[in-house]
Ligand binder design. Structure first.
Ligand SMILES: NC(=O)c1ccc[n+]([C@@H]2O[C@H](COP(=O)([O-])OP(=O)(O)OC[C@H]3O[C@@H](n4cnc5c(N)ncnc54)[C@H](OP(=O)(O)O)[C@@H]3O)[C@@H](O)[C@H]2O)c1
Length: 249
């Protein structure tokens, strides 16, 4: 497949490119650097990107900016950045991709577990990620030509925590997170939010990134059985959703 990766120069995007490149032709796009340039906040820039790269079979986004900060201090502009860049930018990416992708193509967006796992100081991020997850589950019903639409919702990435000088015990390595993107590109799911993270829920550490790890067989070109996608259904706040795991909201 020819796969267009937006945000390919970032922490997650680089790992996604590394995970895809062995079996696919990867076209990399960044904002200020990279083989191709795009600004998600500008619809015309997204359209120009597709005009430049030509035919692609799948589109992956590991990009999108959103601001955070104490709620009382947030400005209108602080909210606008996330809404116009990460949320509307990826909605527009999907709209443009839906016009040009071939039958059976796929779009995979970048959301985040802040959609359902809340902490002080990140309200705009929570709103944007929740909007993206709702978008994916709603819009997939209207995607043409069997085009699949999914999102990957990471918790903290290990490399990001290390860069911020934070405790690394709760971070997921970007290379593991990238397997969720691979699953989305190569699998059959649509309308699925792939949660990848380690976080505390109901007083215990809960993770579903092992679900993705179990699908390492996909690297060999095999298709995992749907049962293998989510081996942690026993968790009381997790339910099956579109073949992957999401928390009850
Ligand atoms: N890292 C985490 O712990 C974490 C956790 C949850 C969710 N996420 C989400 O995952 C996504 C990627 O995170 P990351 O940590 O990999 O970010 P990152 O390292 O900052 O990389 C961001 C990537 O997006 C590109 N980009 C920035 N602004 C853009 C724009 N306006 N239009 C198009 N591309 C743009 C950058 O290109 P240039 O390099 O050219 O500027 C870069 O390739 C984000 O949506 C983030 O919110 C990350």
């Amino acid at each position: 497949m020819k796969v267009l990766v937006i945000g390919a120069t970032g922490t997650i995007g680089k790992a996604v490119v590394n995970a895809l490149v062995a079996r696919h032709q990867v076209v990399s796009a960044g904002h200020r650097q990279g083989e191709f340039r795009v600004d998600l906040a500008e619809l015309a820039s997204i359209e120009n990107l597709f005009g430049s790269v030509g035919h692609v079979d799948a589109v992956v986004s590991a990009a999108g900016a959103a601001r955070s900060g104490p709620f009382a201090d947030l400005t209108d502009q602080d909210f606008r950045v996330g809404l116009l860049n990460k949320l509307l930018g990826q909605i527009n990416l999907t709209r443009v991709a839906a016009k040009v992708l071939p039958s059976g193509g796929s779009v995979t967006l970048a959301a985040g577990l802040a959609s359902r796992h809340f902490a002080p100081g990140i309200v705009p991020v929570c709103v944007v990620n929740a909007g993206l997850e709702a978008f994916v589950q709603g819009a997939r019903l209207e995607m043409p030509r069997g085009i699949r639409l999914n999102a990957v919702s990471p918790g903290w990435v290990l490399e990001t925590r290390l860069a911020f000088g934070m405790d690394s015990s709760a971070g997921t390595p970007a290379a593991e997170l990238a397997l969720a993107y691979v699953r989305s590109v190569e699998g059959t799911e649509t309308g699925t939010v792939f949660d990848v993270g380690r976080f505390r829920s109901c007083g215990s550490v809960w993770t579903n990134h092992h679900a993705i790890r179990r699908n390492r067989s996909l690297r060999l070109g095999q298709r995992a059985r749907s049962d293998a996608v989510c081996p942690i259904r026993r968790h009381p706040r997790v339910r099956r959703h579109g073949g992957a795991c999401i928390s009850e909201t």
